[in-house]
Design a protein around this ligand. Structure first.
Ligand code: ZN
Length: 278
């Protein structure tokens, strides 16, 4: 992406230097899932659970930021700024003002309005405080563990989380959560899939305008498509457990995620993102 000369957002809260607390990764995968279910009410990218049996990390040392991480922090602020431009325009056209979200950069774990945020759940948005929580190391996780490499892949992730913010300010998330509280687990999962696919479509709407502004370079759109596929439930479950359980899907299959991202990208029209229809 051609982002280097573009303006970054000022709505960044950088907590990378603060000790965010201990990340317990010795609980095993079931313990981790229980932890996420119990303490976690945000909306994430994928339901992605990294390898919880790997090293426990305590973030007490003074922060060293690599050149790569610094560049990624700056890149993320530019992506956020582009989302602010796109969504501010959208709301302004409808006579409304877009309340911009804050992007929190952190490492490992951090307190959020939705409970303790853990980086192994991947990037997420907390509707209670209107903040996106991003551990920049997810860039490398995507590359090494999910096979989704590149700046446009990471931008898709950020734009997806902003999509959840847009759903929150439009009231869609609240409506869906109310419906979920009145239904069974399978139906609640199906509603979650629709909400997530809509966030993918909103990420595509962002991509539509970014493309118009000449920010995408050759191969960027393919990178973003690849990322959308990489975080499909079928792909992640197959990778984690060797089989898939469709009724447990919460984010949609690889094919669905790519398809809805594509709808937003092609049309640039939020009204085409009605994943709740039919
Ligand atoms: Zn999501």
């Amino acid at each position: 992406m051609r982002w280097q000369d573009r303006e970054g957002s000022s709505n960044i809260e950088d907590r990378r230097g603060s000790s965010g607390g201990r990340v317990t990764r010795s609980t095993g995968i079931l313990g981790m899932i229980a932890l996420l279910v119990g303490a976690y009410y945000g909306v994430d990218l994928s339901g992605f659970v990294g390898n919880p049996l790997q090293q426990a990390t305590v973030q007490n040392a003074p922060v060293q930021s690599s050149a790569q991480e610094q560049e990624l922090a700056r890149f993320s602020s530019v992506v956020l700024k582009e989302t602010e431009n796109v969504w501010s325009n959208y709301f302004a056209q409808r006579g409304a003002r877009y309340q911009v979200p804050t992007m929190v950069l952190y490492r490992g774990a951090t307190p959020t309005g939705c409970g303790t945020g853990n980086a192994e759940a991947g990037p997420f948005y907390c509707p209670a405080d209107n903040k996106l929580y991003i551990d920049l190391s997810f860039y490398n996780t995507m590359k090494r563990e999910l096979g989704a490499e590149g700046d446009a892949a990471f931008a898709y992730v950020l734009a997806h989380e902003v999509g959840h913010h847009v759903q929150t300010v439009l009231g869609t998330s609240q409506k869906v959560h109310q419906m979920q509280s009145r239904t069974n687990k399978t139906q609640a999962n199906a509603l979650s899939v629709r909400l997530e696919l809509q966030a993918d479509c909103y990420a595509g709407v962002w991509g539509h305008y970014v493309e118009k502004n000449g920010i995408f370079e050759a191969g960027d759109i393919e990178e973003a498509y690849n990322a959308a596929e990489a975080v499909g439930d079928d792909r992640l479950q197959q990778r984690a457990q060797g089989y898939t359980v469709p009724h447990s899907y919460t984010h949609g299959t690889s094919a669905q995620r790519k398809q809805w991202f594509q709808v937003g990208l092609r049309t640039g029209d939020i009204n085409q993102c009605n994943t709740f229809q039919n």
